[in-house]
Each structure stands twice: as C-alpha cells, then as structure tokens.
Ligand binder design. Sequence first.
Ligand SMILES: [Zn+2]
Length: 397
Amino acid sequence: MRKISAHLILDGLGNCYRKGIVTLDPDGTILNIEDTGGNLRESAGVEFFSGMLVPGFINAHCHLELSHMHNTFPEAAGFVPFLKKVVETRAGDPGTIIAAAEKADVLMNRNGIVAVGDIANGPTAFEVKKNSSIYYFTFLETLGFHPERSGKAFNWADNCLRLAESMGLRGSIVPHAPYSVSNQLFKAVAMDAIRSGLPISIHSQESMAEDDLYRSGSGEMVVHLRENLGIDTSYFTPTGGSALRSTLKLLPVENNLLLVHNLFTSQGDLDFIASVRKLSNTWFVLCPGSNLYIQNRLPDIDLFRRNRLQICLGTDSLASNHQLSILEEMKIIQHATPSITLDELIGWATIHGANTLGIADWAGSIEIGKHPGINLLTNVNLCERKLYPETRVKKIC
Ligand SMILES: [Zn+2]
C-alpha cells in the first residue's frame, strides 16, 4: 500500500483536493481518497510531492507508425504539401519504423500518457503496442478515394484488425478523411462499426482544400489526388456542400465518434453536427501542436468551450509535432486561451479521452477502484491553477 499527497490533487472530474491523500495498492488501483481540507497531519508513510497530482493522460489521436518521420518536414508549409510529403516518405525500412515507434512509446510513457487512440495503416507497430505498458486502442484506417479501391482497402484494414486482435490489441476500422474515402468505403466502414459498436475516428476539417473538393471539385486537393496519388477523380461529383456536411451522414450515429482536428469548424458546422447526431457520443479532438506545425493556425477553441462540447486532446504524429506530450498540448491551448482553467484542461486531457475510448472504467480520473496512473505536475502556478512554460510532468505510478 502506498499513500501519496501533494499541494493540490485534481481528480479529472472537476474536484480539487488541497493536500489530499490518495491510497494506492501495489498495482496502482486507488483504494481511498482522503480530503484533508488542506490540513495534512504528520503522518507516517505519506509521500508528499511538491506540485499537483492529476490522472494519467489520454492521447486521443496519434500515429505511432509515423514516428520515424520526426523532424522530416518543414514547418508551416501548408496542409496539402504536408500530405504530399507524407506519401513520399512514409514507406521505410520496418526496422527503422519499429525502432522509432519504440522510442516514441517510451517517451509517451515518460510524459505520463497511459492510453492512446492510435491510427494505423498497417501492422508494423503492433508488436510495439503489444509490449507497451500504455493501453492502445488502434484505429485501423482505410484509404481509397476511388470506389474501385473500396473492397481492397476495407479487406486490408479488416485483416490488419484481425491480426491486432490476435495479439491482444483492441481496435476498430475507420475512414481516414472525407478527401480520401469514397462513399462505398464509408458505407463498408459504417456497417462494420454498427456491428462492432466500437469508437470510430475521422480527420475532420483539417483543411480548406477538402471543402473546395466537395463544393466545386477544384483546388489543391483535387490536384493532389490526381497528380500525387494518380487517382482518376472523373467519377466524383461535387456535392456543393462542405466536406463535413457531405460525409458526416455516412458515419453511424450509434458509435462514439472522434472528430479530429476541427481546425476550420464554425458555429454553423457545430449546429449541423448537432442536427445529424447526438453530441453526447461525439468528441472533438484538438491537436494544436500539429495544427501549428503544419499550418501555423489553431482551431477556435473558445467556440468549442462556448458550446460545452466534449473535447479531448491528441498529439498527432511526430511527423507533425515536436514531441508526443499532452502537457505540451495543454500549454499551447492555455497560451492561446488565457481564460481557460487548469481544471477544465485536465478534464480534456484525461476523463474525456477515457470516455471516448471506452476505458473510463479504469482510466481518466482519480476515483476509488480505478488504476488511472497518476502524474505529478511540478513548477505549476498553484494559486491561479495555471501551467508555466517550465511546468513538467513526472509519472508517479
Ligand atoms: Zn492524424
């Protein structure tokens, strides 16, 4: 049994304990939470930490298998040029990819991340995930903008998922993005999702180019599809609406849905989303570090707050981020949105991610019976409950 305490404990659910005591069993399960009201008596066996204790972080969006592309791309080069670079450089020696994924996994663990919603296009990183102490939910991503690719793309993802499951990994088949998935492939993914009932994810509103594609069939994305990927787009009929409005209805309303990026999302878009599905099983994943890296732009974070949406945080991959750290994502958001409280941010970084990945029975909050992992934040502004640029995270258990 271990008893730990700190100046503040934020439990992920909006509660704050001053010098509370958390009792843990040897495997990290929380046995008790004592609210001392700030009066921590001299007590034998209580480990006191200077700083703030918070639940283990949930990284709701990552691509572990792209870790070998760290520091490969220039910053702020734009979204479609980034896609082109990814296509050109994502293939690599499996040994190199695995070694980079292993290193990234270790660093995420060190950064206090206990669970990851991880996108995969193939099985290369499965062994790393299997051997990790981090819980990975793998989103097997389908890609195929031409309808003729639909069957092949779905079967590839399905075979990969079966392999993942045989290795003890959990996951689901998902569409990559509106600009890379045909209606036929969307339908195959949706049927599978309804059958499994598992969470699904899609890159959404990460660029204006995807809207140009759906609105008018023109712009950078069409050029990318034709010239960089060699896809015959002549079959495609623009819908006249945005990519979101054209494809959201193709995703099942029953499943938890992670809309990832939301960089160009407006109030009108949010109203539309609310008109076609429940917001209670819809999560908005923000990856500000990646958005800054690729497009030097951030989503309208206050818009999501005003609408009281379920927000989670993701790092995206090392191809478009300097590190895989939820703490660093929180710092970016706090800098851009000074009115935000740390209590709110910690909820995004913990319980919201756990809810969307379906792991809130053990992760996401400091609650009796859970084993969420516990992080210590040091160099924190304890009075105003704010992060400093110098704030660091240390995994306590
Ligand atoms: Zn991504």
